[in-house]
Write a protein that binds this ligand. Structure first.
Ligand code: TRP
Ligand code: SF4
Length: 328
């Protein structure tokens, strides 16, 4: 029997995870854990490429991200869950790959220029930031990944990873497979202000939010923008609250609300209250587990340690092949 396909993916530690993260990457990973051999890691070195001036939060964000992963259902038995900076082999491979990666490949990377403009408050004219995709390539090929689940914004980085792997194999002999991009559908729910849900936009609902926080955030959500007064009919198909109902409310309620909104029989205040109740219920078991792990951080540290030890053994094997191929 051939081995299950191997999947590698990472997240930068950004602190508490929100519903956009859950319905985007995380639930996808949770589905994959039963089908593939998965390596999932927290990319704390990647966080440093843009936050090198203020690294103080990276460690606490790393731990709280691991807590959210575990609480949402990523299993440390089914997967290798680890922290990038604890597997130093990533850094060694990054250095070796940097020798063979042409700088123009990095300069023409579309996310590079975009990010420099988007984060203009930070000085990103560093070597580390330019080399970000080389580190990412090392993260992936060090485990000889067959596939990498990522959102569309990361697709150019996986393409670059394939090019770097190909160049390595061409120069030194075949060591690395070229990983496939497994596109993750972006989550359909938006932030409370209808922009993309993001911690930095202050429009996110977090997995750890209490029922009171959920009710208060939901009460401020923007609904159908054309529905100005209570007696105006609404249009659920363009209402973000209704998208949430579809995810969290029972089918019967969803099919009641749809016509009631269109005929102005239900007002947004009541509609939101119902949705917030179901959302709070949906998050209750996750929130409980987050609470548990926050008071049992020794268990979280153990998961990170054991996962990183497992990852390191696999990574070191690849490095032995790499050193032999380069004869160094
Ligand atoms: N660059 C990715 C992001 O910002 C995080 C990441 C780092 C990653 N290394 C990776 C994702 C390897 C997939 C595979 O989201
Ligand atoms: Fe949206 Fe509900 Fe208001 Fe209709 S009643 S516009 S679905 S919040």
């Amino acid at each position: 029997m051939s081995r299950a396909k191997r999947i590698v993916s990472g997240m930068r530690p950004t602190g508490a995870l929100h519903l956009g993260n859950l319905h985007g990457a995380l639930q996808n990973w949770i589905r994959m854990q039963d089908q593939y051999e998965c390596f999932f890691f927290i990319a704390d070195w990647h966080a440093l490429t843009s936050d090198y001036e203020n690294p103080g939060n990276i460690y606490s964000y790393t731990r709280s991200m691991m807590i959210d992963w575990l609480a949402a259902g990523l299993s440390p038995e089914k997967n290798v869950l680890f922290v990038q900076s604890r597997v130093k082999q990533h850094a060694e491979l990054y250095l070796l790959l940097s020798m063979i990666t042409p700088v123009p490949w990095l300069e023409r990377n579309p996310t590079y220029k975009e990010q420099i403009e988007a984060l203009e408050s930070k000085d990103l004219s560093t070597f580390g930031f330019l080399g970000y995709p080389v580190l990412q390539a090392a993260d992936i090929i060090i485990y000889k990944a067959d596939g990498v689940p990522v959102g569309i914004d990361q697709a150019p980085h996986i393409e670059l990873t394939r090019e770097i792997a190909r160049r390595f194999n061409h120069l030194y002999g075949r060591v690395f497979p070229e990983p496939e991009t497994i596109l993750t559908e972006t989550s359909k729910i938006l932030g409370t202000d209808r922009r993309k849900m993001s911690k930095s936009y202050n429009n996110a609902i977090f997995l750890s939010d209490s029922p009171e926080e959920i009710h208060s955030k939901v009460s401020q959500m923007i609904t159908d923008p054309q529905r100005m007064r209570r007696k105006d009919p609404g249009n659920p198909s363009i209402c973000n609250v209704f998208s949430f109902h579809r995810l969290y409310s029972p089918e019967s309620l969803v099919s009641e609300i749809e016509p009631a909104c269109r005929s102005a029989q239900i007002g947004c205040v009541e509609c939101k209250k119902k949705m917030a109740g179901h959302l709070a219920e949906f998050l209750a078991p996750i929130r409980e587990k987050i609470k548990y792990y926050k008071t049992h951080t020794d268990q979280v540290d153990q998961v990170m340690q054991e996962g990183s030890d497992r990852a390191r053994r696999v990574a070191e094997q690849s490095l032995e092949e790499v050193r032999a191929a380069i004869k160094i």
